[in-house]
Design a binder for this molecule. Structure first.
Ligand code: PDD
Length: 287
């Protein structure tokens, strides 16, 4: 039975109770993070906390804990769930007021802080997704204008992802006004003639922690990478397409809208990057 954290206490998942008046439940009024832990070590933890701070302040929510406080709580939850490879889910909502009202509760009510973990399959060189690559489809980006906030309001994302699943694909790559934004729950990279490109950080995409690490590793390894707009036509014509997220690392997309990407197999540039990514993780976490 897994242990969760709710408002200052650790408890069995079955014992966790949240009010139906919680604004997360009523309005999706909250933010979240998904932080991977490998070998019990929280990966890129400071970076996740920094993004959490940005998301909270965009919602005018006060951060309930400082970084040391988060580290203590998250570390304890990982340990209570056996350490190892886990994905930690962290959610903060504006709390439960007596009345349902769009306006923020005045005076404010305590936020609801919830954390849970789930097993995380650590991608290795032998993970099937990495050997064969995955299929993706393109869809219209129907989301709002502040996708940089890691909001728990994910209805468009889940509808888009489900459309991909329904046709046997693993991800929906989103197009806004003719340009690539990101995946339904991932960031997107392309490779063309040896150059790696990814859409620039903006309100149109979530600044992925994995995306930032890929950029960092490319710079370190002298792999040519540019943050720039990518048109839908360029995506269709790319030699390689990758998607990145904390739970999947960096995965090659080999089929896009039922057409092969490049030669339909994971590309050479991805292989180089994936090697560096795995080596980086091994140095930090020993996996
Ligand atoms: N989602 N873009 C979107 C819309 C996402 O939901 C995610 C991750 C990313 C990648 O961000 P990161 O590299 O920091 O995980 C980009 C998480 C994994 C989720 O919702 O489960």
């Amino acid at each position: 039975m897994s242990t969760v954290y709710l408002n200052g206490a650790f408890m069995a998942m079955e014992q966790a109770r949240i009010s139906p008046m919680d604004r997360g439940f009523l309005f999706a009024d909250g933010v979240y993070e998904v932080i991977p832990a490998f070998n019990g070590v929280l990966f890129r933890f400071e970076e996740h906390l920094r993004r959490l701070e940005r998301s909270l302040s965009a919602l005018y929510l006060i951060n309930p804990h400082d970084r040391a406080g988060w580290r203590r709580r998250c570390g304890e939850l990982i340990q209570r769930n056996g350490g190892g490879n886990l994905s930690l889910y962290l959610q903060i909502t504006r709390g439960a007021a007596d009345q349902r009202d769009h306006a923020f509760p005045d005076p404010p009510v305590p936020p609801t802080v919830f954390m849970s973990t789930s097993p995380l399959a650590v991608p290795t060189v032998n993970t099937p997704d990495r050997i064969t690559g995955v299929a993706a489809i393109t869809l219209d980006d129907i989301r709002w204008a502040r996708c940089d906030i890691k909001s728990i309001s994910l209805l468009p994302n889940i509808l888009l992802r489900q459309q991909a699943i329904a046709v046997g694909a693993r991800e929906a790559i989103l197009i806004h006004d003719g340009f690539v934004t990101e995946g339904a729950a991932s960031n997107v990279f392309i490779v063309k003639d040896g150059e790696i490109a990814t859409p620039p950080a903006s309100h149109a995409i979530l600044g992925g922690i994995t995306r930032d690490l890929v950029i960092e590793l490319c710079r370190e390894q002298d792999l040519p990478l540019r943050e720039r707009e990518i048109s839908e036509a360029e995506l269709g014509d790319a030699d390689e397409v990758w998607i990145s997220s904390s739970t999947r690392d960096v995965v090659p997309v080999v089929t896009l809208d039922d057409r092969p990407v490049g030669d339909g197999r994971p590309g050479e540039t991805w292989k180089i990057l994936a090697r560096h990514y795995i080596a980086f993780k091994r140095r930090l976490c020993g996996v």
